[in-house]
Design a protein around this ligand. Structure first.
Ligand SMILES: NC(=O)c1ccc[n+]([C@@H]2O[C@H](COP(=O)([O-])OP(=O)(O)OC[C@H]3O[C@@H](n4cnc5c(N)ncnc54)[C@H](O)[C@@H]3O)[C@@H](O)[C@H]2O)c1
Length: 244
C-alpha cells in the first residue's frame, strides 16, 4: 500500500517503541521505506525489521530513554508499546495495574520528557513530531480491561496536553486503532476474533500496515496543521452498535 515514490522522511531520524512486532514493526518499516533512519525499541530479544536499528529496552524505565537519547537527535517519536493483562478490576493485582499503566502511559511521559525538548525539525516545520498509539478502548468500555483502558484514555489526554505544552515547537497526535491483526491477538480464540470482526463496519481485521500508514501521515509534514488530534483507525468498530 505504500507508494514507493514517497520519501517524506528522507534525512529524518525516528524512534518507534514496540518496534519488534505488529503495528510498531509495520511503522518502523514504513518510516524506513520513506527514508528515515529508524531506531526500534522493544523488550523482545531482537528486532525483526530489516534496515532498522534495534535497541532492546523496557520503555517504562528512565534508563532506556537515556540510551535512546544517546542514539542522537530525533525528529519523530512513535510511542506505541503497551502491556495488557485481561481481568476484571477485582481480579487485577496492584502490580498488574502498575505494570500496565507504566508501560502503557508513563512510558509516553518519559519519551516526551526526554525527547520533545530536543526535537530538531521536520520538513521545514518548526519542530518534530510525536505520535502515540492509544486504542478504541479509550472511548468504549469492554469487560476485562480496566488498566489497559485507563492507560489508553490517559494517552488521549496526555496527547492533548503535550500538544499544548510543546506547540508550535513540536506536534503531538495519537491514533486509536480498533481490531488489528497482530501477535497481540494470539491469546484470543476464534470466537472472540469473529465477534471483533462482526463489530466492525468493514467486516474484517485491520492490517498493521493500515495503522502504520496513518501514523506515518501524522508524523509527516503532510499533517502540518494537526496537533492534539486523536484519529480513530478501526474499520468503523466504534461507530456501529450491534442491535442483535
Ligand atoms: N492489535 C490491536 O488490535 C490493537 C488495537 C488497539 C490498540 N493497539 C495498540 O497498538 C500498539 C501495538 O500493539 P500490537 O497489536 O502491535 O501488539 P504486539 O504485541 O504485536 O506488539 C507490541 C510490542 O510491544 C513490546 N513491548 C511490550 N512491553 C514493552 C516494554 N515495556 N518496553 C518495550 N517494548 C515493549 C512487545 O515486546 C511487542 O513487540 C499497542 O499500544 C496496543 O495497545 C492494538
Amino acid at each position: 500500500m505504500s507508494d514507493p515514490g514517497m520519501r517524506r522522511f528522507a534525512g529524518r531520524r525516528a524512534v518507534v517503541t514496540g518496534g519488534a512486532s505488529g503495528i510498531g514493526a509495520a511503522t518502523a518499516a514504513r518510516l524506513a521505506a520513506e527514508g528515515a533512519a529508524v531506531l526500534a525499541v522493544d523488550v523482545a530479544p531482537e528486532g525483526r525489521v530489516a534496515g532498522v536499528e534495534y535497541l532492546r529496552g523496557d520503555v517504562s524505565k528512565e534508563e532506556t530513554w537515556e540510551r535512546v537519547a544517546a542514539w542522537g537527535p530525533v525528529d519523530v517519536v512513535v510511542s506505541n508499546a503497551a502491556a495488557v493483562q485481561v481481568a476484571p478490576a477485582h481480579e487485577t493485582s496492584l502490580a498488574s495495574w502498575d505494570r500496565q499503566l507504566s508501560v502503557g502511559l508513563t512510558a509516553t511521559f518519559l519519551a516526551a520528557r526526554r525527547l520533545l525538548p530536543g526535537m530538531s525539525g521536520i520538513s521545514g516545520l518548526p519542530g518534530g513530531s510525536m505520535v502515540v498509539t492509544s486504542s478504541v478502548h479509550a472511548l468504549v468500555g469492554l469487560p476485562g480491561h480496566p488498566a489497559y483502558a485507563a492507560a489508553k484514555g490517559g494517552l488521549t489526554a496526555l496527547t492533548r496536553q503535550l500538544a499544548v505544552e510543546y506547540g508550535p515547537y513540536a506536534r503531538v497526535n495519537c491514533v486509536l486503532p480498533g481490531p488489528v491483526m497482530t501477535p497481540a491477538w494470539d491469546r484470543v480464540d476464534e470466537r472472540g476474533r469473529a465477534d471483533s470482526v462482526r463489530a466492525t463496519v468493514l467486516g474484517r481485521f485491520g492490517e498493521p500496515e493500515e495503522v502504520a500508514a496513518v501514523i506515518a501521515f501524522l508524523a509527516s509534514a503532510e499533517a502540518s496543521f494537526m496537533t492534539g488530534a486523536c484519529v480513530v483507525v478501526d474499520g468503523g468498530w466504534s461507530v456501529v452498535k450491534d442491535s442483535a
